[in-house]
Design a binder for this molecule. Structure first.
Ligand code: ADE
Length: 228
């Protein structure tokens, strides 16, 4: 899979993509992530990418020209399955969106800033608008990093134990059960006996029970979806 990200702050994204699972996925050739500095596509002398909003009001708007040039140049090189704009007014990211995006070949992600991008760029190029939650970030970069991470960890071969993404919270609309590791007793706090029993069938049942309990108390709206 290939993910191209258009940003005015590539340095903000270099860190998250150069460590741990995302780094390994790229080294193994399972994912290609390319950052494109929007300013390089601005044709004016100051390399500006924003301007005042028509109609007045506080805040700048990202202009058409660099976005148009950048997206056109990238689209001339390959076809994209989705052109995604990260914005607080997009559809809210969830596991099922990440699952479906992980099956695509080429994704293009545009990070917004200021008051957002000129509406005409949304109309002309954007096929999907995604928010990572009901709060406003300083820009779309951290949201793009979250989206990219949630997609790439699902690609076959990226996680060492391929089943582990399947047992994540949310994969079946349930939160994950509690987990424990050695020692079996720490400062008087004991691991539940069932987990030490070696009885795999009952351990599975126990875990499922705990997942249900957790989801019911912490995320009642998810639990409703599960029990439907
Ligand atoms: N840009 C600013 N806030 C955002 C959010 N919550 N999700 C996606 N992109 C954003």
């Amino acid at each position: 899979m290939r993910i191209d990200i258009i940003t005015i702050l590539p340095e903000l994204l270099e860190g998250p993509f150069s460590a741990s699972i995302l780094k390994r996925a790229q080294e193994k050739g399972l994912a290609k992530i390319h950052l494109h500095n929007l300013r390089n596509y601005s044709t004016n002398k100051q390399k500006s990418v924003d301007d005042y909003a028509f109609g007045g009001g506080a805040g700048m708007v990202m202009t058409m020209q660099p976005i148009d040039n950048c997206i056109s140049a990238l689209k001339a090189e390959r076809e994209y399955d989705e052109v995604i704009y990260m914005t607080p007014d997009g559809e809210e990211l969830n596991q099922s969106i990440s699952n479906s995006l992980s099956l695509k070949g080429n994704l293009l992600i545009l990070c917004g800033h200021y008051k957002g991008i000129d509406e005409r760029a949304r109309e002309a190029y954007i096929t999907r608008e995604i928010s990572i939650g009901s709060y406003v970030l300083s820009g779309g970069e951290l949201a793009a990093a979250v989206l990219t991470d949630s997609i790439i960890r699902l690609l076959p071969g990226v996680l060492n134990d391929e089943t582990s993404a399947l047992s994540d919270s949310y994969q079946d609309n349930l939160l994950a059960p509690p987990v424990y590791t050695r020692p079996a007793e720490y400062d008087g706090m004991r691991v539940p006996d069932i987990l030490l029993s070696g009885d795999l069938k009952n351990i599975e049942l126990w875990r499922h029970e705990k997942s249900l309990e957790r989801t019911k108390t912490r995320r009642p709206e998810l639990y409703k979806k599960y029990s439907k």
